[in-house]
Design a protein around this ligand. Structure first.
Ligand SMILES: NC(=O)c1ccc[n+]([C@@H]2O[C@H](COP(=O)([O-])OP(=O)(O)OC[C@H]3O[C@@H](n4cnc5c(N)ncnc54)[C@H](OP(=O)(O)O)[C@@H]3O)[C@@H](O)[C@H]2O)c1
Length: 352
């Protein structure tokens, strides 16, 4: 079978190579999965660059978040699953927890508790993104910030996959969003998606616009995946007692610029207005939540997607052997779609 393997830490295009490896066997409690599609998330590339929150042992098969495929075989002691069933594999390594499993390969073995049944109507292009971003959106809105109907929730990079899912979920829950984007061209699209107010950092001042939009009561809840000066502006725009959850650092997408990786907070604002800034990382959530709770949250996500409350963008498929094109696409400015590695010709998802 084919596996896309990083020989060591480095630029993905330099260190990732297609290798031939034996098909693994499922042990007790595991399933052998024939992978059909896997996304290329920014975090997958951070892992290869050695700049993520965990480092696998190299050489390592790439893709550490999620994929979709079919159950090829079941190991001993696995109940409730059937050979041939289509499943999402939640490969996100729990931190602290066991080592990572790479998804960019034809077959992988996964613990049965990491499998989620795929809603029938969901094509592979969307199904392979079912877990990470929809779950992050759900946890940020409903658990980290407990956003309530009628409340304002502010977010950055609103056009990202997570951002779009936050808008949809907020709309479903009656939460109003202030959506920050970096390009004026994105404003119309975010409004059409249901964003209640959009701020464009290209030509607008975030703090002033938040005051205009939310009035004297201001905004008490925000999520940020841009960090740097944009994250700082969001923290300044928060009302007294407000909370900001930081979950990404897109200001420096290769995480190489120390200034952009820093969020300069005004101490006076943090102290006298008692604002809180904290992080969220799905891997740590998996490492600290119970398996039952994780399954409950994943099941909630699955239902929200199956019921069309959350609509996952289709992504842009690339055959595995054209991984170099997928990597270049992932790095292109304003590329607009998530690159997906497709490992099978009878796929039924995504745009060509
Ligand atoms: N902490 C966690 O557990 C966790 C979980 C999931 C995701 N994340 C993080 O969440 C972020 C979004 O992930 P995703 O998969 O949803 O992203 P995505 O679909 O690949 O979209 C990336 C988006 O970011 C915007 N963007 C890129 N650089 C930017 C900058 N410097 N300033 C403002 N906007 C910028 C792009 O805007 P344009 O359209 O203008 O190009 C695009 O809309 C990533 O940082 C990811 O690592 C974290």
């Amino acid at each position: 079978m084919r596996a896309l393997v990083a020989g060591g830490v480095g630029e993905p295009i330099d260190v990732l190579r297609l290798e031939s490896r034996p098909v693994p066997a499922a042990a007790a409690g595991q399933a052998l999965i024939r992978v059909t599609a896997a996304p290329v998330h920014a975090s997958d590339l951070h892992v290869v660059r050695g700049r993520y929150g965990f480092t696998p042992e190299f050489p390592a098969v790439g893709g550490h978040m999620e994929c979709v495929g079919r159950i090829e075989a079941l190991g001993p002691d696995v109940g409730g699953w059937q050979v041939g069933q289509r499943v999402v594999v939640v490969a996100v390594p729990a931190v602290p927890g066991p080592p990572a499993v790479g998804t960019w390969q034809d077959y992988l073995v996964a613990d049965a508790h990491r499998l989620v049944p795929v809603p029938d109507r969901l094509d592979d292009g969307r199904a392979c993104q079912l877990a990470v971003n929809p779950l992050t959106a759900l946890l940020l809105v409903t658990r980290e910030l407990r956003a309530q109907p009628g409340e304002w929730l502010m977010q950055t990079a609103a056009g990202s996959t997570v951002g779009r899912l936050v808008i949809q979920l907020a709309g479903h829950l009656g939460v109003r969003t202030i959506d920050v984007v970096r390009r004026r061209a994105a404003v119309e699209e975010i409004t059409a998606l249901g964003g209640d107010a959009v701020i464009c950092t290209e030509d607008e001042d975030v703090v002033r616009r938040v005051t205009e939009i939310a009035g004297p009561a201001g905004v008490r809840k925000a999520v940020d995946c841009v960090a740097g000066q944009v994250g700082a502006q969001v923290s300044r725009a928060l009302a007294p007692g407000g909370e900001l959850v930081v979950y990404g650092a897109l200001s420096t997408h290769r995480q190489t610029d120390p200034a952009a990786l820093t969020i300069p907070l005004l101490a006076r604002s943090v102290i006298y207005e008692t604002k809180a800034v904290r992080g969220f990382w799905l891997n740590r959530w998996f490492g600290t939540t119970s398996p039952t709770d994780a399954l409950r949250a994943l099941s909630e996500v699955r239902h929200l997607v199956a019921d069309d409350v959350l609509s996952i963008p289709p992504g842009r498929p690339f055959p595995l052997e054209r991984f170099a094109e997928a990597l270049a696409f992932a790095e292109a400015p304003a590329h607009g779609a998530k690159p997906l590695l497709v490992l099978d010709d009878d796929r039924d998802g995504g745009d060509a």
